[in-house]
Design a binder for this molecule. Structure first.
Ligand SMILES: [Zn+2]
Length: 451
């Protein structure tokens, strides 16, 4: 009788902690943020950026109306305007480095990022976690060292910069658990200079950067060959950090984790959350650092071991990138606003907004996640350390077949161990922390542990 009571008691306990399938759900907070992203504002920002004529990193910095100096002062003013809605939580600054002479820098040049940092209202276990969203505001005409010619850069990368600014406007009003950095970067066309300097600073200060969302060329839908695509965006991620060498690399390969590195996992997360909140717009994962033999501002972060990914439109038009504005044989060249699809750009912004808002509210990735290997078994036993967040509800344990690109199953538990009725030979696993609003953080992939 006593043991029967005990068994019933245990079953009730299991029900009470919600053990079982938990369908992914939206929450009103993130929905509201996604809804506020406006194509009208994105259009206005791109128009203003183009009005500076050129934003080449080598261009004039004294004029109030033309060149990169005027552009960055305007960006700073805009961020400061949004900071007023943040009750003192958002700080805006120039982050400056001097680039020495190189192939694309004829004389030492100031490279200035405009950085807005939105801190949490209260210090908590997530306050030092940092999520970065970036776009580059510098531009180039046909030559990277041409500081005089018009280089409107409406799409490359007025589009990414406009998304960064729009998300700063929307998100500065709301509280988050983690810190969000909104960054407009310079020197991209000279060799990722502004992003590299900031990533190096972050590395040397041991900043806890959890994710970098780089938006570069995210505003056009028609390619030079006339083909059109406005239903989804590409999201580039490299499989491994180049820092994962030697035995770390060999263990990843031997465990079949070639698609579960940090940046690739982040890309999978963004697709899942982004499409949940902006369901009519898709995210296509591309298993590659960037477009073929090309690069972007997420690269210096990825190379330093941070999770970092790049958004780019599907249909690039090479007549409108890195071209002097001109008409030749009846064909228009140049990166002009009329070739930008503002609603498309806003949709890319909504994907960013959903994933960043969720991540910045969610718990950190669980630590010490292990898959038990002490004895052969038909089930898979996972366990992990308890998360420190006061608003933690529990954990989502994810799994998928080894050849599947996306998680197939989600099981919720408030415990720190779980037994799954599947074989660890055939599946890949991950654990996420979930808060009481249902926001789930990034996945941690288990390591083999004896006990
Ligand atoms: Zn670019």
């Amino acid at each position: 009788m006593r043991s029967l009571v005990f068994i019933i008691g245990c079953s009730l306990l299991l029900i009470a902690v919600g053990f079982g399938q938990q369908p992914p759900k939206k929450n009103a907070f993130v929905e509201k943020i996604v809804r506020e992203v406006s194509s009208k504002n994105i259009k206005a920002t791109i128009g203003k950026l183009v009005s500076f004529g050129t934003r080449n990193t080598l261009s004039d910095t004294a004029s109030e109306s033309r060149g990169i100096g005027a552009a960055r002062r305007w960006l700073k003013t805009e961020f400061e305007r949004y900071a007023q809605a943040s009750s003192g939580r958002m700080a805006v600054e120039f982050f400056e480095t001097v680039a020495p002479v190189s192939q694309r820098i004829p004389s030492p040049t100031r490279v200035v990022n405009v950085v807005a940092t939105l801190r949490p209202e209260h210090a908590g276990p997530s306050a030092d976690r940092i999520i970065v969203i970036s776009g580059h505001y510098d531009t180039m005409p046909g030559s990277a060292t041409d500081a005089q010619s018009d280089a409107p850069g409406a799409n490359d990368d007025g589009s990414g910069t406009a998304i960064v600014l729009e998300l700063a406007r929307v998100m500065s009003k709301y509280p988050f658990d983690a810190t969000i950095v909104f960054m407009a970067v310079a020197g991209e066309e000279q060799g990722l200079l502004g992003a590299t300097a900031w990533a190096e600073m972050a590395k040397s200060r041991n900043l806890k950067i959890e994710a970098v969302f780089n938006n570069d060329i995210v505003g056009s839908t028609v390619a030079g060959d006339g083909t059109k695509e406005n239903r989804y965006v590409r999201l580039f991620s490299e499989a491994f950090s180049p820092l994962d060498t030697g035995s770390v690399f060999r263990q990843r390969i031997s465990l079949g984790l070639e698609n579960d590195g940090g940046s690739r996992s982040l890309a999978r997360y963004i697709k899942e959350i982004g499409e949940r909140y902006n369901p009519k717009f898709g995210v296509a994962l591309v298993y590659r650092l960037d477009r073929f033999l090309r690069g972007g501002d997420h690269r210096p972060f990825h190379e330093r071991g941070f999770r970092a990914v790049r958004f780019s439109e599907v249909k690039e038009n090479y007549d409108h990138q890195h071209q002097n504005v001109r008409v030749e044989n009846g064909k228009e060249y140049g990166d002009l606003p009329k070739f930008v699809d503002y609603e498309y750009c806003a949709n890319v912004g909504r994907i960013n907004a959903a994933a960043i808002a969720t991540l910045a509210r969610a718990p950190q990735p669980p630590e010490n996640v292990g898959v038990l290997t002490s004895q052969p078994g038909y089930d898979t036993v996972l366990r992990w350390a308890i998360n420190p967040e006061p608003d933690l509800a529990g954990y989502l344990v994810r799994y998928r077949q080894t050849s599947a690109p996306l998680w197939e199953e989600a099981v919720f538990t408030s415990d720190t161990t779980i037994t799954l009725k599947v074989s660890k030979d055939d599946y890949l696993f991950g654990a996420q922390g979930v808060d009481k609003e249902g926001n789930a953080g990034l996945y941690t992939v288990p390591r083999p542990v004896r006990r």
